[in-house]
Design a protein around this ligand. Structure first.
Ligand code: ADP
Length: 637
């Protein structure tokens, strides 16, 4: 089938008309494919991202799809564009009301007829939505999966022409996934009960092999085209810091980027309270979010952040699921999460608009102790073992001197990666390194001598550090460690320094850890090879004293400087006003990335503005004049 898109505009929305090639000889007039035309006209983008076009084509050919793409990679367009091109209505099942609202707002801003029905709506509000669908005026209807439990709604679906059923966050259908939702199990029987089976398209950002197989089975996907684009988020800059003064580090960072919206994640409610009040005391517009606050405060704070009234959200991991704010420019972890899975999910809330964003993890040794204690409380020994394994990977991430991005990607099973991405905190050249070959030899020899002295027993870091620093405490003496050759070999080092180098040796695989609440260390084959080879070992330089001076090369935002920053602030304010007038979050008007591009290109007319990624026909008509005027005023000021 070949399509043409006509420019009829009714009540601010655009209608897409379909003509088969043989009905009207219009084929020759199209210079772009229908999906490309929609991409540019409605969404303002020039080209598809990886995986998008392929998925769209399979859907349009009538095939089910399973699409695994990372957060922020543009999954929504993969179904929104075919939904606009297919006759009938597409039903999108989405787990959260806030997500639906955001998506529908964004689509309507682009002139696409979309609607949502949620549990908070009265029947009087639902009725017109049904009417519009019956009249063929809605292309996408967002609903929560619970809605499928109502017989009346299922009957309604059977009456209308459903072209596609989209399952967003499809991992919720799987018991293996981390967010199982029983109501997702209603999807497949509902699809089966429709008079004509629609295309079923499933999307998720996180899916292991088991979860993928489960999605296909539970949703009864028919020979789906499966697309897995990988987990890399190129615009995110990963960095690990070991600051002795975390709040000082945070304040330095925020001083450097005063108006950039971002999230600071803390592991406890208490930490949220403390960090939030510290930031406020220094004049940062911060709000807090955790499960101990009442609903009203949580709602208000969340909204202040979404609408750019507050700059920084300080929160526990209770905040974030379903938050679609695309202009989060940084996610800083004040405490270390207990797995890379959680870390990547939380950090991944930065930079959904694909403009540069920072993901910084501030490490403190206390976080490890707390995490170990919590895991050791579990009665289920296999769950305990799995959790310790995940925690170990997280600790290794924090201590590695290698590429951070590739560390994460390897964790998720990606293969064939070169040594370094050249674009993370560890790869970037500003990081100073220090030669720890001699220290490593001392530490590893000490582990060896301690085992030798005790007939092969293993010990933890505390005793190891004490022996190396020549402690005379009874735990050291009673085992005879004050008489081994490595006792006191690192007398001149602080305990922190010895620990840091030992952590590094664990992360790099020279020491194996027998996990538990009190883990112990043993040498690996790699350590034995190291003794023989005499290779030099370099690790990231570490801090010995609090250092409150801003550091060089703290972030990617610093490196990829915003062009004409003052204009960016003017455009941001304009965007905020326009958005407030329409009751939508500012990033729905234009993304940060689009504003960055305007600051760089300084468009003088409609055509130049339309050339900018993110400016489509509808938005040009709505906001073009205001933004062009702002640029003109700025030029002449
Ligand atoms: P996901 O659902 O995968 O997390 P979204 O669909 O929310 O991601 O898209 C993330 C961001 O990327 C949005 O701001 C969206 O407008 C933008 N985007 C999507 N596709 C493109 C494209 N082809 N070109 C430029 N930006 C895009």
């Amino acid at each position: 089938m070949c399509y043409i898109i006509t420019r009829t505009q009714r009540k601010g929305f655009w209608d897409v008309q379909f003509y088969k090639r043989d009905e009207r000889n219009v084929h020759a007039r199209l210079t772009m494919s229908p999906s490309q035309t929609i991409l540019k006209k409605f969404f303002g983008f020039d080209s598809f991202r990886k995986g998008q076009e392929e998925t769209i084509q399979h859907i349009l050919s009538g095939r089910d799809v399973l699409c695994v793409m990372p957060t922020g990679s543009g999954k929504s367009l993969c179904y929104q564009i075919p939904a606009m091109l297919m006759e009938g209505v597409t039903i999108v099942l989405s787990p959260l009301i806030s997500l639906m609202k955001d998506q529908v707002d964004a689509l309507r801003q682009n002139g696409v007829r979309a609607a949502a029905i949620n549990s908070a709506m009265e029947w009087d509000d639902v009725k017109p939505v049904f009417r519009q669908i019956r009249a063929g005026e809605t292309k996408l209807l967002y609903i929560a999966p619970e809605r499928l439990e109502g017989v009346g709604f299922r009957e309604f679906l059977a009456e209308i022409d459903v072209s596609m059923v989209v399952v967003d966050e499809a991992h919720c259908v799987s018991h293996w996934g981390h967010d199982f939702r029983p109501s997702y199990l209603n999807i497949s029987p509902t699809v089966a009960s429709l008079p004509n089976r629609p295309v079923v398209a499933a999307f998720t950002a996180t899916a292991t092999h088991e979860v993928r197989a489960d999605i296909v089975a539970q949703l009864d996907l028919a020979d789906p085209h499966t697309l897995i684009t990988g987990f890399d988020r190129e615009n995110l800059f990963f960095q690990v810091e070991h600051p002795l003064d975390k709040t000082g580090f945070l304040l330095d960072y925020l001083k450097k980027f005063p108006n950039m919206p971002g999230i600071v994640y803390c592991s406890t409610r208490k930490a949220v309270e403390e960090v939030c009040s510290d930031l406020r005391a220094f004049g940062v517009q911060a709000v807090r979010y955790h499960a101990g606050l009442d609903d009203e405060e949580r709602r208000t704070n969340q909204e202040s952040f979404l609408y750019d009234r507050a700059t920084v959200m300080v929160a526990t991991n209770a905040f974030g699921m379903g938050i679609d704010k695309s202009n989060v420019r940084f996610v800083i972890h004040y405490n270390m999460p207990s797995s890379i899975d959680s870390y990547y999910q939380e950090a991944g809330r930065a930079g959904r608009d694909s403009a540069p964003a920072d993901c910084i993890l501030m490490f403190g040794r206390k976080d490890v102790v707390t995490a170990r204690y919590l895991i050791s409380q579990s009665d289920d020994s296999s769950a305990r073992e799995a959790s310790f394994k995940k925690l170990r990977a997280m600790i290794d991430y924090v201590n590695t001197s290698g590429c951070l991005r590739y560390f994460i990607l390897r964790y998720f099973g990606e293969e064939g990666l070169d040594d370094a991405c050249e674009d993370c905190g560890n790869c970037s050249s500003v990081i100073e390194r220090t030669d720890v070959t001699v220290e490593a030899q001392k530490i590893l020899s000490c582990v060896y001598r301690m085992a030798e002295k005790t007939g092969g027993r293993t010990f933890g870091q505390t005793v190891l550090t004490d022996v190396l620093r020549g402690s005379g405490r009874s735990a050291v003496k009673s085992l005879g460690f004050d008489r081994i050759s490595t006792w006191g070999l690192m007398k001149s080092y602080s305990a922190e320094a010895v620990r840091r180098i030992t952590d590094f040796l664990m992360a790099e695989g020279f020491l194996d850890v027998d996990d538990g609440e009190f883990p112990t260390l043993r040498l690996t084959g790699k350590a034995r090879a190291f003794f023989k080879s005499g290779t030099r070992l370099l690790m990231r330089k570490y801090e010995e004293k609090p250092d409150r001076k801003p550091k060089k090369g703290v972030t990617s935002i610093a490196r990829k400087e915003v062009v004409n920053e003052d204009l960016f602030e003017i455009l941001r304010e304009l965007r905020r006003k326009l958005a407030a007038g329409e009751g939508v979050p500012p990033y729905v008007v234009f993304s940060d990335k689009t504003l960055f591009a305007i600051c760089e290109a300084l468009p003088e007319n409609d055509r130049a503005l339309l050339d900018i990624n993110g400016v489509g026909q509808v938005k040009l008509e709505k906001y073009g004049d205001a933004f062009l005027e702002a640029v003109r005023n700025w030029r002449s000021s």
